[in-house]
Design a protein around this ligand. Sequence first.
Ligand SMILES: O=P(O)(O)OC[C@@]1(O)O[C@H](CO)[C@@H](O)[C@@H]1O
Ligand SMILES: [Mg+2]
Ligand SMILES: [Mn+2]
Length: 483
Amino acid sequence: MSVTVPKYYYNDNKRSFAYSTARSRWPKILDGAIGDISNLIRKQSKNEDNDSAYLEQAKVIESQLIDMKDELLSNKELSKFNNSEIPGLDFYDKQIEEYKKYLLVDNEEEKLSWLNSAWLFSETYFYRRIDVIVKNQDLFEDYDIFENLKQDTFKSSHFGVEELAIHYKQLHYEFLDKFEKQKASGEKIEEKVLELLFDEFAEISLWGNATDLSLLTNATLKDIQSVQGKEARKKSEEYILINELDRAWKALYHGGKNGDGKKRVDFILDNSGFEVYTDLVFSLFLLDSKIADEIVLHCKPRPWMVSDVTKKDFFLTIEDLLDKDGSFFGERVVHKEELKFVGEQIQKYYERKQIILKDNEFWTLNSGYWDISGKKENKELYDYLLESSLIIFKGDLNYRKLTDDRVWDRSVDFSVAIQDLAWSKLKMLSLRTCKADVVAGLPKGKDEELCKYWESLGNEVGELWCSSGKWAVMSFSDGKQQQ
Ligand SMILES: O=P(O)(O)OC[C@@]1(O)O[C@H](CO)[C@@H](O)[C@@H]1O
Ligand SMILES: [Mg+2]
Ligand SMILES: [Mn+2]
């Protein structure tokens, strides 16, 4: 069935979340980055034997970020990246070419500006521009301008972190025990029990996504903590608009092993801090229960969308949980042993190579994911993902990229909105709290109902229920749709 592909969401549309994102969230995110580098400059300047070259470079970053903010606020044209801006970093070239192509080809008539552009494009441009400004200074090549923010927020998630650690440890012992006994008696573990636990950990990982840092600009920490507890999760179940976990379960549990004789689950990760912690606990369950033999965590190759996980953040998360000198969670948590247990479990599986880390440029391109199966530069990644029993796409940005951030009718099938991915043979589960405009697969009439409801709460634009982060979807595709 061929369907007309709708246009992109644009950030000059007042009825789109893109409008306030570009005008209010982006400047705030830049303020945070400028604040981070200003602090560093202040500290360094106080230090008698400071490294003057480092200090100078920090000042360049600070002033270029300030310029970038001015450009954004005055709605300047998006400037092209310049290859010479980034000497020696050839991994950038491909993306720079992509941006050039886009700016030249798609935009022959009108010039793209910060506040008049396709949302997904200018947002990826925004983060790429910050990254280039930082990496242009060679002493800052490995510097993560969002790291302090990510770490501080994880610290303030201690309530949810502790609760989940206790829960996991209990289940772990209950299950290991049971498994051992059942193994001894040759008995099979009841599928229903495993599936219930799968649902539980998947839901925990879903709501872990409700708390990404770029939303911190309009949510208080209290708001965020309130969605991290068990009670809150129960209450939130009615907010899950689509739940296709049963299809994902069948694909994973009843599907075959891959060419290496393994069942592999891939996570296309989203945010650091509480979210990745929930993904890791989900991973531990999958490995403990032997539902999966291997977990692959796909990280971002650079700091991205404020809070997204890079490989380095994975190791920091383990360190935070082990909290060896007590300086991270410290007295904030009582059940230190439980946290340590989770940290050690993650480390154990990592050392056994049952948790594997990967990153790929593909995840930080400006484009959506439809061409993963079609373009030869993506072939290696695509072939790798074909070997997965289940690919779990975490979060909002991944969902936007699966659907290409287009203005789909909200009741169109998920399989329509993901286009080529629907027949790509990839088995995909998207766990996403809705924090942007695009959504697909809702029952007929549901969007209208929610728009009315959202307006009845005093909100001006009904459609924006979908970017409030209150609702969520768990959508699945087996990749076997007829083309
Ligand atoms: O992908 P995530 O972390 O769930 O969300 C990313 C996000 O906060 O950033 C974008 C807007 O700035 C939106 O897609 C979404 O609201
Ligand atoms: Mg994110
Ligand atoms: Mn189920």
